[in-house]
Ligand binder design. Structure first.
Ligand code: ADP
Ligand code: MG
Length: 337
């Protein structure tokens, strides 16, 4: 951790840099990660409780790591029958399918069979055999997700298919917490769901929040630069977020729906700044999976999102909006305007 920063709240993808000592954040292990919320001097036990119970409720619907969640029931019934689900799951699936269409399947919420076979982030990660990868790839197709709005049900057309909302659910959850904060008339807070950040409102005295961007080549907690934002979500997808080391080689957790292996395209990480966290979360994975060449003009065309790309050769590029909010601090990296 850099000594320059008086007080620092860490998270996976980004680091939140606070300039004055503040009341500690509250945290809980939910959504498969450490979720931290800091309401500064506007917090009350009742409000913190409401926020964390909302996270637990979303987890109970969207997790694939617990039995009998709505997503788990959809997966168990793949190829068999449609499953009635809460409306909010349909809303998340709608967004996930929109990003799948936008990226022509580079982002795909039916990536489950591949995620299960690699099991990166679990206790037993492994390199699947070529035949297993082929089988998993044959089961991935976002166009085989059937949503029936009248009955509020979801059906996966083929047996063996499986949804995995790991790339979008935390973003949805952060937005859900923002709704609670707005209703409670909170003016500033930090939501950090395992690196999926919402820098809500403004800091005291109408200041912007400073969000550190993790150096993907260094240990966690070392930032290479700072983003200055107000009321925005900042989410990073990168090779360092979750990975397994097998036979001395690192395998990270964003998987190519083309070849079945961890995406390898010269990028170390992509940070998205957006108004809604569901967009920032889904887009960070989408853009990372698509690669710079295919995604940069796409992201420039979206007026609700900005992107910062960090490359293996240590250069950094970004959309004009992202660069305007970013200050590079680490001379090991070069910013290319
Ligand atoms: P994090 O979970 O660290 O915030 P991401 O938002 O980038 O990172 O999501 C990565 C997760 O998304 C993986 O752990 C997996 O569950 C899922 N995933 C992996 N590859 C893809 C893909 N090509 N499309 C959609 N989801 C994916
Ligand atoms: Mg994501």
């Amino acid at each position: 951790m850099k000594a320059l920063i008086p007080s620092l709240l860490t998270c996976c993808g980004c680091l939140l840099l606070a300039c004055t000592p503040s009341p500690p954040a509250q945290s809980e292990l939910v959504l498969g990660t450490i979720c931290r919320i800091n309401l500064y001097d506007q917090g009350s036990p009742k409000l913190y409780n409401a926020l964390f119970s909302r996270l637990r409720e979303i987890d109970t619907t969207m997790s694939v790591n617990q039995a009998d969640t709505a997503v788990d029931r959809i997966n168990q019934n793949a190829g068999i029958r449609p499953v009635p689900v809460p409306l909010e799951l349909i809303a998340v699936l709608d967004q996930a399918l929109a990003y799948a269409a936008l990226s022509q399947g580079a982002f795909d919420p039916t990536v489950g069979p591949l995620v299960q076979r690699w099991a990166i982030g679990s206790e037993h990660p492994r390199i699947p055999e070529a035949a297993e990868i082929d089988e998993a790839l044959s089961l991935i197709n976002w166009q085989d997700v059937v949503i029936d709005r009248d009955s509020a049900s979801v059906f996966l057309r083929r047996s063996g298919m499986a949804l995995d909302l790991g790339a979008i659910a935390k973003g949805y959850a952060a937005d859900a917490l923002v709704e609670i904060l707005q209703a409670a008339r909170i003016t500033g807070a930090i939501i950090d769901l395992g690196g999926n950040i919402f820098a809500y409102g403004v800091k005291q005295q109408d200041l912007s929040w400073s969000i550190g961007v993790q150096n993907p080549l260094d240990s966690r907690g070392t930032y290479l630069g700072v983003l200055s934002v107000r009321n925005k979500s900042v989410v990073t997808s990168g090779v360092y977020e979750r990975y397994a080391e097998i036979n001395g080689k690192r395998y990270h957790h964003i998987l190519s729906t083309k070849d079945g292996y961890p995406v390898s395209n010269g990028l170390l990480s992509v940070t998205i700044i957006a108004d809604r966290s569901i967009d920032a979360d889904a887009l960070s994975t989408t853009v990372f999976a698509m690669g710079y060449e295919k995604s940069h003009s796409l992201v420039e065309s979206l007026d609700h999102a900005e992107a910062l790309f960090i490359f293996e050769d240590t250069h950094i590029q970004g959309t004009p909006g992202a660069l305007a909010q970013f200050t590079l601090r680490d001379p090991q990296f070069t910013l290319i305007p």
